[in-house]
Design a protein around this ligand. Structure first.
Ligand SMILES: [Zn+2]
Length: 166
């Protein structure tokens, strides 16, 4: 059996607005604003999905789950992550590890990252030790520093097991 390692990168950003829940890494975070978007606008999971898509040659999040599709309106991005996971498992890929950085001026996210890792691990069917989430600020620079939005970056390493031809 031949084994191949593949890597993918992902980036996402969404505007912060009043009247929306703030959901990051699948966790509802108490805050006076939330991210706006067609789904729940979870930047961390969106960056992660794009990293997995890149590694597994599955296109990108926009082609897999087109915005404006009624079935994806306000959908939990954990559901989109599970669907992505099914697609790459069907191609014979397994997650080695995923690393995510969330860039937000506030609130403090560190208290929530263990729960994010648990929920993401569950959605992907992998141990949470394979998922790491870090949070940083932009040191008050730019749209993130002004509290107008948040961004996330992700890198995913996956393993492809080429099945022996029968
Ligand atoms: Zn997004």
């Amino acid at each position: 059996m031949q084994e191949e390692l593949r890597v993918g990168i992902g980036y996402d950003s969404h505007p912060l607005v009043s009247g929306r829940k703030l959901i990051l890494g699948g966790v509802d975070i108490p805050y006076d604003k939330g991210l706006s978007g067609w789904s729940d606008a979870d930047v961390a999971i969106h960056a992660m999905i794009d990293a997995l898509c890149g590694a597994a040659n599955l296109g990108d999040i926009g082609t897999l789950f087109p915005p404006q599709e009624p079935e994806y309106k306000d959908i939990s991005s954990l559901v989109l992550l599970s669907k992505t996971s099914e697609l790459f498992k069907a191609k014979g890929f397994k997650v080695v590890n995923i690393d995510v950085t969330i860039i937000a001026q506030s609130p403090k996210l560190a208290p929530f990252t263990p729960e994010m890792r648990k929920r993401i691990g569950r959605a992907l069917g992998v141990d949470s030790t394979r998922v790491t989430i870090k949070a940083t600020t932009s040191n008050s620079l730019g749209f993130i520093g002004r509290g107008e939005g948040m961004a996330a970056q992700a890198v995913a390493l996956i393993r492809a097991e080429e099945k022996a031809k029968s």
